[in-house]
Each structure stands twice: as C-alpha cells, then as structure tokens.
Design a protein around this ligand. Structure first.
Ligand SMILES: Cc1ncc(COP(=O)(O)O)c(C=O)c1O
Length: 352
C-alpha cells in the first residue's frame, strides 16, 4: 500500500508535487517578479536577516554548502584550518567530509558522541581553532539542547580564544521553542548562523546563512565559485516564505504535541523516548528489538495500514535494540499520542 499517512516526514510537500503546485498557485501574487530585489530569493534573504537580526542573509541551495562556506571563510580569515564540532555533527557524519576534501579543513571532534559538548570539553582543546560549530538541537542524539546558560558560557569562552562562533541551525526553529527567547537573542551568540528552509519550514530544499554584511559578500563569492548560485531558485524561496508565515507560529504546538506523544510512549513502557521529555519537536524512540526486525516490521505496518512509521532505523551497541527519529510537524499532528502507542505495539508485534 502506498504511504497514506506519515509519522516520519514533517512535510507533505516533498511527497506530493501536486500539493506544492496548488499551494504555490494559492500564495503567489501575480505581480511577483522571479528575480531582482523584489523576487522571492531577495525577499527571503531580507526577511531572514531581519528575523535573525543580522546585517545580511545569503540563500544557498543546501545547508551542506552554506556551512562549508562559512567555515572556509572563518578559517581563511584566521589562518587556522581546524574547527571543533560534536562527533555526530552533520558536517562530520553526513557530508563525506567535504570540509576536508573541498576546503582543506580539519574537524576536531569534541565531547562524547552520545552527549552534548560541555564547556570542559571545549576548553580542553589544545589547538587553535578557526571556528566552533554548535548544532542546535543535536539531531543524532535525540535533539538535545544545552541549557541556555551553558550555551552562553561555551560560546563566550570560545570567542575569547579567537574562534568564530557558528550555528548549525538547521533546526533553529525547533530549538527556539525550548529556549522560548526571541530569535535575535539566540543568533546574537553567533557570528554566522545557518538555517534550513525544508525542515520545520517544510520547504522543498535550500538554506540561508545569516551574518554581517562583509561576511555575506564573501559568502556570495564562494556560492558562485562552488556552483551554488542557482539562477531560478525562486520556487524554493517562495515555499520557504510560506513556511515562515504559516508554520513558524505553529512550532510551539508541534513541541507540545511531541511532549504529549513521548509521555504516552513512556507511560506505556513498551518503548521509550530520548530525551524524556523531548526538548524540541524532534526526539528519538528507542525499541527493544534489533534494526533489521524494526525495518521488516515497519514495512509490514506500512503495507497493511498505509502508515509510514519511520525513516532510517538507527543501530545501537546492543544488536537487539535500535531507535528511530520522530519530528512532529503537520504530518505527526494528525496522530494522537494513543495512535502512536498503538503503532509501536503493531511494530513490536510484527517484529518476531
Ligand atoms: C543538523 C543538520 N545540519 C546540516 C544539514 C544539511 O542540510 P542540507 O540537506 O540542506 O545540505 C542537515 C540536513 O539534514 C542537518 O540535519
């Protein structure tokens, strides 16, 4: 059976091109130019700069490119090649080490791979750093966030050591629901802040790097150099603008729903969540079965009910355990906490 409902993807747009075309035709002002200062990309860049309270914001086709460019510029400016990041940072795990292969940079993996970086981890680094990256929230460990005071202490300690302070804010929108502070309070801690257009904002792709005007100008040079200066990027910007209008205000309710789903799962006890309670709309569900069994069972549940429960199953040191990620967006809002508990029981029943 094809996917009817999904707990996994927060976006129905990426799954249904027809739905995206319908929304775009609804939202577009017939006088909107594709390009130029009033085109969607320029409007989005100005809006992001203002929302994040930075002098400028630069559209990129991907966060992968935006972050590597940010780190490259920080490194060149400081004449240092190393940056620090969590061992499970996106840069380290998911980008085929582009920072090294393309830009000649070195990552100094910092802290325990299953915990957040601490001030002690950071201050113990012996080599001069071009930059430090904070991924907020730290996706691969369940969407954990440092407490606000810890984040302030860590960023100011590393700034004092001469490192640039960079935010991997792919999920800044989700992180803000925990800190419950205005976006500028958070981005003020960082020299460069990358945000994603296609996670909570449910766009079709794309990223924005917000920073000061000089840095933005240099980032535009690198964007061109790397082939990221996509001429007709306006559809991506348009969908992201729609997400800012319609979804950003709903993020706190996504977080509340994540907490309610997690509470039901933990009360039931067949599975458990990390963290408990979730800090953001993203959290992990840990299962008492191995990864192959979980994948088989998820396929059986999908075939029988049309419900897609999970995307990628994460392995664990114990071969008889595994976990998967849930991000509560519009899709998951359609499942009650009791629905999710029942789905987990279905999954476990079919795992034998
Ligand atoms: C934490 C984090 N950083 C960076 C990225 C890279 O974004 P993109 O897919 O736009 O290259 C992702 C994408 O999933 C991410 O989760």
């Amino acid at each position: 059976m094809p996917v009817q409902r999904s707990l996994f993807l927060h976006s129905d747009l990426r799954r249904r091109p027809q739905e995206m075309l319908r929304r775009m035709s609804e939202m577009i002002d017939p006088d909107t130019p594709a390009h130029g200062p009033d085109g969607p990309v320029a409007v989005l860049e100005r809006r992001m700069a203002s929302l994040l309270d930075k002098q400028a914001a630069v559209f990129f086709p991907s966060g992968t490119m935006a972050q590597q460019v940010a780190l490259r510029i920080h490194a060149d400016r400081r004449g240092r090649r190393a940056f620090a990041a969590h061992p499970q940072s996106h840069l380290e795990v998911w980008e085929h080490r582009g920072y090294s292969v393309v830009h000649g940079l070195r990552c100094h993996p910092t802290g325990d791979r299953h915990r957040l970086m601490t001030l002690a981890d950071l201050t113990a680094i012996g080599e001069p750093l071009a930059a430090v990256v904070w991924e907020l929230p730290q996706r691969d460990i369940g969407g954990l966030l440092p407490e606000w005071d810890d984040l302030v202490a860590q960023t100011s300690a590393m700034r004092e050591r001469g490192a640039a302070i960079h935010l991997d804010g792919a999920r800044l929108w989700e992180a803000q629901t925990y800190y419950a502070r205005p976006f500028p309070d958070i981005t003020a801690l960082f020299d460069t802040a990358y945000v994603s257009l296609y996670k909570a904002l449910q766009g079709t792709g794309g990223a924005v790097l917000a920073t000061d005007a000089d840095f933005a100008a240099e980032a535009r040079v690198w964007r061109r150099r790397l082939g990221g200066d996509v001429y007709d990027a306006w559809p991506l910007a348009l969908v992201a603008l729609h997400g800012l209008d319609t979804l950003l205000p709903r993020l706190p309710s996504h977080r509340d729903h994540a907490i309610a789903i997690a509470a039901a799962i933990n009360a039931d006890g067949a599975a458990r969540t990390v963290p408990n309670p979730p800090q953001t709309p993203l959290f992990h569900i840990h299962l008492p079965i191995g990864p192959a069994a979980a994948e088989r069972a998820a396929a059986t549940v999908l075939a029988a009910t049309g419900v897609e429960l999970l995307g990628r199953v994460r392995t664990a040191p114990d071969p008889d355990r595994c976990s998967f990620e849930i991000t509560v967006g519009e899709n998951a809002m359609a499942f009650t906490p009791a629905d999710v508990v029942e789905l987990i029981h279905d999954l476990l029943r079919h795992s034998g």
